[in-house]
Design a protein around this ligand. Sequence first.
Ligand SMILES: O=C1O[C@H](COP(=O)(O)O)[C@@H](O)[C@H](O)[C@H]1O
Length: 236
Amino acid sequence: MSLSHEFLSFNSREEATQFATRFIQGGLTKALESKATASLMVSGGSTPGGVFDALTETGLDWSRVIVGLVDERWVNPEDEASNERLVRNRLLKGQAGAAGFLPMKTLGDAPQTAVEDRHRAYGPHCEPADVVLLGMGEDGHTASWFPNSGGVAEALESSAVIAAINAEGCPVAGNHTQRMTLTGRAVTEAASAILLIFGASKKDVYDKALSSPVEEMPVRHAIDKLGPRLTVVWAA
Ligand SMILES: O=C1O[C@H](COP(=O)(O)O)[C@@H](O)[C@H](O)[C@H]1O
């Protein structure tokens, strides 16, 4: 029988944020004890901003840390929907400003044209990634693994670390249907991962995912494959 992940419930989002920050600090510090550089792959969206703020004041040798994205909307980095913009504005500052950064968005018109290039850039830092910070949408997506999206099955089974996703018809993706994402392999081979979720409705989504097939709730893929290397952190 495979070992399962840990689920931690906190009394407030602040406490959950503090725990996630210490988790990331601990994972990177441990990695830097035995390697020249450590990698941190982060999600975007509305949830991780507080963790990013706290990390900017967190002590570790950030000059040896490479920050990458778990996924990206195919918009310019100045766009409010850009995960790169979020990371530049909230994480790559203060102490964490010394970290290196790997964008996903390139000048190409479509994510499909940049998959090989980004695979080459991300590959050395995802074999395995040291710490991955995941989020989850109300539809059970994590990364840009949207249920029934174009390319999601390939992304979950790919031997590469980067995939393109076409999320047309996926309501939670909104207008941002062209996406780039880490693959199932890149996420689930990570040394450690944290899934940070806030709100009662996302707790319901998480509970549903535990008894749903991956096709309906792709976050289940990360939960199953990461097993004890995953910590789920929730606060109302
Ligand atoms: O589209 C995305 O959504 C998920 C969840 O975002 P949230 O706003 O509900 O926290 C996020 O993890 C992912 O990186 C992002 O691109």
